[in-house]
Design a protein around this ligand. Sequence first.
Ligand code: GMT
Length: 372
Amino acid sequence: MNIGIVCYPTFGGSGVLATELGKALADKGHNIHFITYQQPVRLSGFHANIFYHEVRVPTYPLFDYPPYETALASTMVDVVLNNNVELLHVHYAIPHASAAYMAKQILAKQGKHIPVITTLHGTDITLVGRDKTYSPVVTFSMEESDALTAVSENLRSETYKNFDIKKDIEVIYNFVDVERFHKKPVDAFKKLVAPNGERILVHASNFRKVKRVGDVVNTFLLINQEMPSKLLLLGDGPERPYAESICRDCTAAENIRFLGKQEQMEDILPIADLFLLTSEYESFGLAALEAMAAEVPVISTNAGGLPEINVDGFCGYMSEVGDILDMSKKAISIIKDDDTLKQFRANALTQALKFDIQNIVPQYEALYKRMI
Ligand code: GMT
């Protein structure tokens, strides 16, 4: 099949998922056309079946706000017509679903029918999309998509709760390429981070308010009072200065490191003993799934779709949002001795395998076939 994929090219989970999906489909012989304003972060190197089409948004003195959505719709039309694209799969509703609707109408006038699939990822529904600034357009473009998918049951029900739509929403869970993440721990790297055998805790996110990065740091500080440990913070975003300021003033500053944005998560996660995800909401929590694939148990909140991936007492634990004391106690119960940690590690891998790329990608392929 010839598929057009539209996504955010940045480090957010929706862009990561869309890119990994495109790469997996290309490996299966499909031609994948990425349409976005920048090369997606997880798209590097050469692949015979992958094409990248940049959306250019020319500036003009009149435009305080350059019309990205118009440029995107026009690029979609151009890519579909010139590459025999048979289907557009857009990730994250805003503004991708409405731009795809516009492209579809333009193509229809030229006698080309192009099905549009919209995958809802999270904040496009729960935070940004439901704001009345966007809600009418998001509602309309979801309803007009030929198929709608959500990355968890929770996101599906949040969509029906927040939007007046009748359209069927199919849940297709996010996935991970377990084989890629399931590497032997890199001992030399581990020794650099934790020279005295300290436990290594990791958090990765885009440091937005919804992630409650302050809770990550404060949970770690409680753990660190009881056990020698190190915290690695991966990613960047608006809350990083706040997180850095608490770390600077704390007693364990030398045990915390900010590593910034990292492309090769599979090289870093295997050195971790525990992954912390303290979000106020996660539709799914792809970062936690990647940790599990690297055999890392997860301490998370029980918000949104997290209970659909983190199994309490098996591959990690869940706590109420903001309950840092509970999170720290549960974390310590996992990392306190090697045998318990080993069992949780093995369980994390077992759980990740349920969401392995090989189980999920065929669900998208089946949907594409139906639509085309
Ligand atoms: O919150 C983020 O990390 C970014 C955001 C995005 O759309 O890029 O992530 C959302 O989509 C991910 C992939 O489906 C999910 O794993 C995240 O849980 C979801 N984030 C939220 O719901 C807050």
